[in-house]
Design a protein around this ligand. Sequence first.
Ligand code: GLU
Length: 427
Amino acid sequence: MSESLFADASKRLARAMKYVSISDDALEYLKYPKASLTVSIPVRMDDGSLRIFQGYRVRYDDTRGPGKGGVRYHPNVSLDEVQSLAFWMTFKCAVLNLPFGGAKGGITVNPKELSKLELERLSRGYIDAIADFIGPDIDIPAPDVYTNPTIMGWYMNQYSIIRRQLTPAVVTGKPLSLGGSMGRDTATGTGAFFVIETMMAKFDCPPQQTTVAVQGFGNAGSVVAELLAKAGYKVVAVSDSQGGIYAKKGLDIPSIRRYKEANKGLQALYCEGSVCNIVEHEIITNEQLLALDVDVLVPAALENQITETNVDHIKAKYIFEVANGPITSAADRVLEAKGIYVIPDILANAGGVTVSYFEWVQNRSGMYWSLEEVNQQLKRKIVAETENIWKISQEHAIPMRTAAYAYALQRLGEALSAKGTRHYYAS
Ligand code: GLU
């Protein structure tokens, strides 16, 4: 794609503007990231050589609260990508009415090529480089693609060493032993499941008669696949970066999850006790998974998966964006014309940041919640906002994505105006 990811992401804003009454000044603010930091991170490798890695942190907007968003470790990380992800975080936090702005970070690296000690030195080096740019009231990192609680623990520890003060609220998604929240590890998938349940009831699709394909079997995709299967949905295909598996009769997701954890790959299995049998299945590519004739498609991997080049092959009736930005704006228009419903990332995958918010609240209050409490609060919040966005989309006869952006824009616009824009001074 020749156009930048950010230019494409911004188009969603332009479309939603028509449905809200916010000041021109507020809109102007929201077209640009507030601050972007690029850093070089020197890392002493295990063989004694020195490597310099590129890292980024972008705070897109902090009108409604400190910046919030994960840190991604991936070979394709660029400033353009981090900026787009920070933009999405801004709208995601506003959709869920969390007292946060939007931010994101990333390091251009293939973490699978590093030893654990190299990964730790890189992670601590990243915090050394961005320490003045983050803080519990400034900007709060969290996990994203290929980062996890262990890395968040290193971040928190490194930041606390720099500040000479234990500061758990500077990062979320930490291990439980360092102030992490119950349910944060499964929050993105759990939140997505609540959104899917809410929407599928409106579409009058009973689980037992609904087939699902999930692209991406990581932290979000594997959890949502398992919850859907448990609720009676027929999950017929899943994939990871290596490719996918398809079984018309449906897959046994818990068995596949266990296999993936032990062997780092996918295998269509059915396990009872410790005995696992390989079930009849087809090996498919990610491209084929996206084109399956299923009711529900869940892209839960990376951005730019459904584009102008493959959108004509999509046969699913409902798409839930559990990844950030899996559909380009051009593909969006084609899906809309085909009558395919898209439930946008800024709602469908907001469960992760919502429980991050709960973690931050717990760190600051010193009171810790049970898993039941966390999941109950998550459900209450994400179902209520799904209903609100559905109402807007019905009222104006617009897609859920445009409705979600309009809804978030209203909250952001009001906050920006209250802070004092030209509109405020004029009146
Ligand atoms: N990386 C996740 C996201 O894209 C979670 C961010 C957070 O918890 O701050 O929403």
